[in-house]
Design a protein around this ligand. Structure first.
Ligand SMILES: [Zn+2]
Length: 354
């Protein structure tokens, strides 16, 4: 049973590694009247490079938090603060090798996300601040892969460079839609659905694609995903849209009954046998939010979906003249039809064998 739960959790993780907040604490905190901190300034020109990482120079951080983050790297779209403890934890060579892997893709990926949201965000986007925190010192690191904090206006990366490659573009979309955009996404369904849609469906996401999913998931999970119809042999990994449909279908059929998960409203939730559809949109898991977004875009148009990203979860159904239950029921039926058409089905048997 323990292992069954691990596999189930693994599937949830498949679509929610980028979950961005711990239980009871909104990941993307509400903006306050306090001035929004400006992006970290580029290092001074005279700063000496301490080493070269790919095309980029690591320099001494002479700005704020230099005791915790003694080094930094500046790219076109990002300012990286590198934690002293992470260098000690991983060892310099391993740390910088992981940094080099991600830096080779970061600007192209961030440029893609900006392009995908063109017209909805300003033309000029300042570099985003990114801090490493692989040591697990932050409490939030226990329940999330990465985190965009709108008050401090920075992204924190947790656990490992692998996790960073998986999560960073999703968090960057939060920065774009929550900090940079004039009309901001609202915490919950819209914030997460837009981040998933842009980072995993619209963008190539080179950082994430450079991972080896077969290695990351392991042979048992890969075999299960093949059997469920979500593994893409060309990609060498799970197809994101199919995974979202599959996970949504699994919730509807009760495979996740009583399994606790972090929902898009940034709290832990679980479904019950007598209530498998959530009561409102903020109780959806990340994969379900992506599936619902696809349904809304297919049914009502992409612009209608994106033009209303400032709506809270409980106002979305109203936009389409429906109650939340009517909307969730219609989407769930559509999701089941898609799975039927594409031959997608998560099986109890396949999970419980492990
Ligand atoms: Zn998120």
């Amino acid at each position: 049973m323990k292992k069954t739960m691990a596999i189930l959790t693994g599937v949830l993780l498949l679509l929610s590694l980028t979950a961005c907040g711990p239980k009871g604490e909104p990941a993307v905190q509400q903006e306050t009247a306090a001035p929004i901190p400006a992006a970290t300034k580029a290092p001074k020109a005279e700063t000496q490079a301490v080493r070269q990482v790919g095309a980029y120079a690591v320099v001494v951080n002479e700005g704020s938090r230099k005791d915790t983050y003694p080094y930094m790297v500046q790219t076109e779209h990002s300012t990286w603060l590198l934690a002293k403890d992470d260098l000690t934890l991983m060892g310099e060579e391993t740390f910088y090798a992981g940094l080099a892997d991600i830096l080779q893709y970061v600007d192209a990926d961030m440029a893609d996300a900006q392009k995908a949201l063109a017209g909805r965000i300003p033309a000029q986007i300042p570099p985003v601040e990114i801090r490493t925190d692989f040591c697990g010192k932050a409490e939030i690191s226990q329940s999330t892969g990465a985190y965009y904090n709108s008050l401090a206006n920075m992204i924190k990366l947790f656990h490992s460079w692998e996790m960073a490659r998986e999560s960073l573009l999703h968090e960057y979309v939060h920065y774009l839609t929550f900090h940079c955009a004039e009309k901001k996404t609202v915490i919950g369904f819209y914030t997460e659905a837009v981040a998933e849609y842009v980072s995993r469906i619209l963008c190539e996401n080179r950082m994430m694609r450079s991972m080896d999913p077969a290695q990351a998931y392991g042979p048992e999970m890969v075999a299960a995903m093949r059997a469920w119809g979500v593994w893409d042999e060309t990609l060498g990994g799970p197809d994101y849209i199919k995974s979202a449909l599959c996970e949504s279908d699994a919730f509807a059929r009760g495979l996740y009954d009583d399994v606790s998960y972090l929902c898009v409203g940034q709290f832990m939730f679980s479904r019950k046998a007598d209530r498998r559809l959530p009561e409102h949109l903020d109780q959806l898991c990340y994969g379900e939010a992506a599936s619902l977004a696809l349904y809304l875009m297919e049914t009502y148009g992409v612009d209608t979906f994106l033009d209303n990203w400032d709506l809270p979860g409980d106002k979305v159904a109203e936009l389409y003249g429906l109650s939340e239950t009517e909307l969730l029921t219609a989407w769930s039926e559509w999701n089941a039809e898609q799975c039927e058409k594409l031959g997608i089905r998560m099986e109890f048997a396949a999970i419980r064998e492990y």
